[in-house]
Design a protein around this ligand. Structure first.
Ligand code: PMP
Length: 304
């Protein structure tokens, strides 16, 4: 079988040749920043659209800035590399791209020295969590990291040990995924996704200051809920017990897309399936990411 092509430090190479040293800082200390970008196949147009790739690369530049990293390429250069990789790998289906900027120095002391590398790999990808049933969710016993620890605003690989602990605990306890509480005692987000609840006609999500990654899907949902569904969109702190009495709840993220939540800590949410607003948001989102809504085609970058 033909191997996928990855991009490593300026070279397009076969996946098995894209290797790093076991002494690489990113491996030893988690000092890497990354993005997850989805490509959606539009059958009618025979096209793969990368969704909001520009915003993802811009967020990676911000993560890199926080971690004293040099992104090495401009925004346009990154967008070209993303397109080239999908073309070279000849994907004509839904897929995912993972760009990483990482510390590739090899001395033993952790630090943020000048040795930066860039890796970009791609894979074919369907759903990450079910999007057609109500997920069973718990509030994690693990606290979310905060801005003065490993800043959640930056998408730093080392921070995903926090995510991994939450997911492992949730799965071993029979849940699909987890919600996290920050050191401030307020709801932050899901293990690797943002969180929304519906209260009457209002869509509520946690603010940037609640130790979240400021999601691009989150922003997309806020825009379409306001502009297309005429909902009131509120960013405010959320307390744990508000979860239990929400009319609807769902996760959002590039990987997870829009995943309805059916119960939280054993309390049913609505009828334990996607609620009426969640269904409308999901439908709009699915059309938009495939480049089927003219008004939002500006968010879709055609690969071919
Ligand atoms: N929070 C965390 C911790 C994440 O890993 C992700 C996935 N990137 C999100 C939120 C959602 O962000 P986005 O919608 O930009 O994918």
């Amino acid at each position: 079988m033909k191997e996928d092509i990855y991009f490593l430090d300026g070279n397009y190479i076969e996946a098995s040749k894209a290797t790093i040293s076991v002494r690489c800082h990113a491996f030893l200390y988690g000092t890497s920043v990354f993005e997850g970008i989805r490509g959606y196949f539009n059958k009618e147009e025979n096209q793969v659209y990368l969704f909001r790739a520009k915003e993802h690369i811009e967020r990676m530049f911000n993560s890199a800035k926080i971690m004293f990293m040099n992104p090495k390429y401009s925004l346009d250069e990154y967008l070209d590399i993303l397109k080239t990789l999908i073309q070279m790998n000849e994907y004509k289906e839904n897929c995912y791209i993972r760009p990483e900027i990482f510390k590739s120095g090899k001395d033993i002391c952790p630090g943020l020295d000048e040795n930066d590398s860039v890796l970009i790999f791609t894979l074919k990808m369907g759903d990450y969590l079910p999007t057609d049933k109500g997920l069973k969710v718990c509030v994690s016993s693990w606290n979310r990291l905060s801005d003065n620890m490993i800043p959640p605003r930056a998408k730093i690989s080392g921070a995903y040990a926090n995510t991994a602990l939450m997911i492992a605990e949730a799965k071993k306890s029979g849940f699909d995924d987890a919600l996290s509480i920050g050191p401030d005692g307020k709801i932050a987000e899901g293990s690797a996704m943002n969180f929304f609840l519906v209260e009457g006609n209002s869509l509520v999500t946690t603010p940037q200051t609640s130790n979240i990654l400021v999601g691009i899907t989150r922003n997309t949902i806020m825009e379409i809920a306001k502009n297309e569904l005429h909902m009131e969109v509120v960013e405010r702190e959320i307390n744990r017990t508000e979860l239990y009495i929400a009319d609807e709840a769902f996760f959002s993220g590039t990987g997870v897309q829009i995943a309805p939540i059916g119960s939280i800590d054993y309390r049913p949410i609505g009828n334990q399936k996607a609620g009426k607003y969640t269904i409308q948001i999901q439908k709009l989102y699915n059309d938009i990411v495939q480049g089927k809504v003219e008004k939002y085609k500006k968010w879709c970058l055609g690969v071919y």
